[in-house]
Design a protein around this ligand. Structure first.
Ligand SMILES: Cc1ncc(COP(=O)(O)O)c(C=O)c1O
Length: 379
């Protein structure tokens, strides 16, 4: 393997034109938030059917600011799915609210809306669903529920920029929607994220919340009325984001072709549990390709499986650990056994390589290595 580079499980494609464009921004003298941030926001707004968009330094910042926009704080409960990234748990706790965890579907990994409904109580203020590559949360049911109970929704759409719900881009409909531009996502600004909103007044409040809480007074001085953060995206990053957004359709097509190759390789007898199969015209995007290992049928652990793939030059990830069983999550009274699907996924999931830089030959290499290893270690 010495001469074969390690196949990364996630990562960006950054072209030379973008690198040159960043150099231009660096030479321009305007490197922090400025015209490229405005342009990135305009283009994202067009992508989201004209809704208000504000870019921030990460999706994590976007979730924190969204919670602040929704007025959520101490004494409030936020219902969310325990099969998600730490951002969701951390930000709910950071604003002083209490996370209420529910389970997810074993195949789509999307939030169980029946459990959401059952957990709504007098202190519930919001629902945070995480959308999954290949299949979105049932938005019609989610928003009907939220509207009927007077709840805000903060969609964690970090993984699904470019997915469509009933023909419309995620972000073009709904309440507060957050995207990530981390290098592992569908497009990158290196670090970066966006918050999509309906109300101009709330968008203006984001302007303050992401920049020290500052508002400008008519006499040219400044004031702060609440403690804002420092989450403004620099132009250097926004320039990369603009270049990447232009390539989103191409990146998504490549990712989808690679996912179809995984499915084609494992059409009969898949060696592990696969995500929902792509259907023609389904509008889904594929940021990750995560499978479930049939651990009870195997003589090797997930760690041994991942180590064996790594020894063959194939890197993998774990998406995600169970939030309710983290040290922080357990502080809210959760135990193993509370959310069986989330826990089964957390124990058995492996994210296989999927980047827009990969070829079908790379997928074949991964599929062969997985099939060999799993066949060699069946009970
Ligand atoms: C589902 C999900 N939500 C939110 C985030 C946070 O994104 P960021 O790194 O931009 O803060 C991530 C990052 O991996 C994620 O996977």
């Amino acid at each position: 393997m010495a001469d074969t580079p390690v196949l990364k499980f996630a990562g960006p494609v950054i072209d030379e034109a973008t690198i040159a464009a960043v150099a231009d921004v660096l030479r321009s003298g305007h490197v922090t938030s400025g015209p490229w941030v405005e342009r990135f926001e305009r283009e994202l707004s067009t992508f989201c059917a004209g809704r208000h968009v504000r870019v921030l330094t990460s999706a994590t910042a976007a979730v924190e600011v969204a919670l602040q926009i929704a007025g959520i704080g101490p004494g409030d409960e936020v219902i969310t799915c325990a099969q998600s990234f730490f951002t969701v748990l951390n930000m709910i706790v950071k604003v002083g609210a209490t996370p209420v965890f529910v389970d997810c579907d074993l195949v789509t990994r999307n939030i169980d809306l029946g459990q959401v409904e059952a957990r709504i109580g007098p202190r519930t203020r919001a629902i945070i669903p995480t959308h999954w590559p290949g299949s979105l949360a049932d938005m019609e049911r989610l928003y009907a529920l939220a509207r009927s109970r007077g709840l805000r929704v903060i969609e964690d759409a970090a993984l699904v920029l470019g997915s469509q719900y009933q023909g419309r881009n995620v972000g073009a409909i709904g309440d507060l929607v957050t995207f990530s531009f981390h290098p592992n996502k569908n497009i990158t600004s290196i670090e970066g994220g966006a918050l999509v909103l309906d109300s101009a007044a709330e968008a203006q409040r984001v302007d303050a919340l992401r920049f020290h809480g500052i508002v400008r007074l008519p006499d040219g001085t400044r004031d702060v009325a609440f403690p804002g953060g420092k989450f403004n995206l620099p132009d250097v990053n926004a320039r990369i984001g603009v270049a990447q957004l232009a390539r989103l359709p191409e990146f998504l097509a490549r990712r989808r072709a690679l996912v179809e190759r995984y499915f084609a390789r494992w059409r009969a007898n898949p060696p592990c549990v696969l995500p929902p199969q792509p259907q023609s015209g389904d509008g889904q995007s594929w940021n990750m390709f995560s499978v479930l290992l049939p651990l009870p049928e195997l003589t090797l652990t997930r760690k041994a499986f991942r180590d064996a793939l790594m020894a063959r030059g194939i890197a993998t990830g774990v998406s995600y650990e169970a939030l309710h069983l983290s040290t922080l999550g357990r502080r809210f009274g959760y135990h193993r056994g509370d959310l069986p699907n989330t826990e089964q996924i957390a124990d058995a999931t492996v994210t296989l390589p999927l980047t827009a830089a990969m070829t079908e030959t790379d997928v074949d290499r991964v599929a062969d290595a997985c099939a060999d290893l799993l066949a060699a270690h069946r009970r």
